[in-house]
Design a protein around this ligand. Structure first.
Ligand code: PLP
Ligand code: SF4
Length: 374
């Protein structure tokens, strides 16, 4: 028998349980829980060392969540790109497929908290519609199975979905997004890894936000997935009082590599209502990126992205490395702040006059004032 359902059943869920454990006001928790579900696995709760520490801040409800002056329910305008309730189709060749409303624990900063934890919003009956939508859209070559957390489904239920997806001829790769290796690593069993392995090419993106989350248990879970040949990436959210510190973020990225996970994205926290107390400035994100590139393995350097409010998708943001760029040379600064020049190839096409002056987002350089080349 798997031990994880038993562990999950022992989660802190009710205002009584959470207030007793952390010495908080029960009525406050009750109010917050009405806005967004509360749940903390006993495993994750055991990693919390003190009130207000980086792990605590991610999962323990806070009064500040009731402040709704800033932020919106659906900052990424996902509903606009949702042709059926289980699908978010924003990009040309790939989409998100929401298959589970549950998570092992509920992140207080969740972008999709308008839906997550609510079975009426992400319901099993929407799965068939989602599969049909993907079958009928031949341009889709990459599906990201998400939620909620897909690994909260039973092995059989998850396998049904993966099997149906694999049978769709135009689907090239499958991806699963999950925070289970962080919140409930016991759920990653050899049996689960053996099942997932049948649906290659399959990628998994995990979600870790602090080096203390990479425990021996988490490392073992990640090792099982890596041994099943599943390339692992990590999506980290930049959060105030959690990882808004270059030293902590660098250690997190390094510990992910030790666990065979390649950091993929660091997200600027989305503009979600009731999460102001967890958001940082964008300058902080740029500072963190500046402290990664060059100072540690390039493998430890993910993309820092802002998922644009209004549904424009993820936009990479980089420290400004290019100082000047003209027909003759590009002047850049290196990671340590020293300037270097690279001579341009001769016969570089003349720059076209710029139509209007506005910040330009370059796919390589991020937000920069450097105009497009050629
Ligand atoms: C993040 C996201 C994807 C995947 O983007 P990648 O950059 O390919 O990882 C796809 N669809 C939506 C709606 C997303 O938010
Ligand atoms: S695990 Fe993901 S979907 Fe679930 S609450 Fe956290 S951020 Fe939201």
């Amino acid at each position: 028998m798997d031990e994880w359902p038993q562990i999950l059943r022992g989660s802190l869920r009710t205002p009584e349980e959470i207030s007793a454990r952390f010495g908080l006001n029960k009525e406050m928790i009750r109010k917050v829980a009405r806005v967004f579900k509360t749940q903390i696995t006993p495993y994750y709760a055991s990693l919390i060392k003190s009130k207000g520490d980086p792990l605590y801040r991610q999962v323990v409800p806070d009064m500040a969540e009731l402040e709704r002056t800033n932020g919106v329910a659906d900052p990424l305008d996902e509903e606009r790109d949702s042709p059926v309730p289980s699908i978010i189709h924003r990009y040309p060749d790939r989409l998100l497929f929401l298959v589970s409303h549950c998570c092992a624990s509920y992140c207080r900063f969740c972008t999709r908290k308008r839906k997550v934890g609510d079975p009426s919003k992400i319901h099993p009956r929407y799965i068939e519609e989602g599969l049909d939508y993907i079958r009928n859209h031949a341009e889709i070559r990459d599906v990201i199975v998400s939620g909620g957390d897909p690994l909260m489904l039973s092995d059989a239920r998850l396998e049904y979905i993966l099997k149906e997806l694999r049978a769709i001829p135009h689907l090239e790769i499958l991806r699963v997004g999950t925070r289970v290796p962080c919140f409930l690593p016991q759920r990653v069993t050899p049996k689960l890894a053996a099942m997932l392995k049948k649906y290659h090419p399959l990628y998994i993106n995990v979600h870790f936000n602090h080096p203390d989350e990479l425990t021996p248990e988490a490392n073992q879970a990640l090792g099982l997935l890596a041994d099943a040949g599943i390339p692992l990436g990590c999506q980290t959210v930049l959060l105030k009082g959690v990882n808004d510190d270059p030293v902590i973020m660098r250690r997190l990225m390094q510990k992910l590599l030790i666990a065979r996970v390649r950091p993929y994205y660091i997200y600027q926290a989305d503009y979600v209502e009731g999460t102001d107390h967890l958001r940082t400035t964008v300058e902080k994100g740029i500072e963190v990126m500046d402290a990664l590139r060059g100072w540690t393995s390039g493998l430890a350097v993910p993309y820092y992205v802002i998922d644009s409010p209004g549904g424009g998708g993820k936009i990479p943001v980089l420290p400004k490395y290019v100082q000047t760029l003209d027909e003759n040379k590009v002047v850049m600064r290196n990671y340590a702040g020293e300037l270097y020049a690279y001579p341009q190839a001769q016969g570089t096409p003349k720059k076209r006059p710029r139509k209007e002056k506005q910040p330009y987002v370059d796919p390589c350089f991020g937000v920069t004032n450097v105009p497009p080349i050629g």
